[in-house]
Design a protein. Structure first.
Length: 189
């Protein structure tokens, strides 16, 4: 089945506990909060983010997609926490060493019982890691130059309000050339 959702997160089987309410998964509520914050900051409504499981993905992998294009991907561990070192952290924690997907900082996925040892670290739940990565993807792709105005071009035809006011949407010429680009839209009140 082809998925034409404006935004989607594909998750592997191993990440399903992050979205199941019965197992305390908080990813859905985190994404709702991210949508609200990004919408407020950008001045237009971010449509819903579809979360789909994809049995073809490797364990603990997720993909952030705009329409059908994968624009970001990484691995998260639902049974661990991501520890980001503070300023001059002397202690090195044992775990799965990675780069934070949102900001590229060195980090380590630790077991929950290691959290007391991580007092010089910022420890983040896996749901927050994925939601923050989605947030950074939304901000990064909103600023892309035309014709790759992925978010603006795809969202504005679906969004009919701007900060609570009605808006009209019209297609304009690409800001990089004189050729019309139907994906680029301007909002006027």
């Amino acid at each position: 089945m082809t998925d034409y959702a404006p935004f989607a997160i594909q998750i592997s089987f191993g990440l399903i506990p992050l979205i199941e309410e019965t197992s305390g998964g908080a990813l859905v509520s985190r994404i709702t909060g991210i949508r609200r914050d990004v919408s407020t900051a950008m001045g237009f409504v971010i449509p819903g983010v579809r979360i789909r499981n994809d049995m073809g993905l490797p364990a603990n992998t997720y993909h952030n997609r705009i329409r059908r294009a994968v624009v970001a991907e990484d691995i998260a561990y639902p049974d661990r926490r991501l520890a980001l070192p503070g300023g001059a952290t002397p202690r090195k924690l044992r775990g799965v060493e990675v780069k934070d997907p949102s900001f590229g900082m060195d980090a380590v996925w630790i077991q929950p019982h290691q959290q007391p040892e991580a007092n010089d670290y910022v420890v983040v739940e896996p749901e927050s890691v994925i939601a923050t990565h989605l947030s950074q993807m939304l901000y990064a792709h909103a600023a892309e130059p035309c014709p790759a105005c992925a978010i603006v071009g795809w969202l504005l035809p679906e969004a009919r309000t701007l900060r609570g006011r009605s808006v009209s949407i019209r297609v304009k010429a690409s800001c990089r050339s004189d050729k019309p680009d139907p994906k680029v839209a301007r909002v006027s009140e």
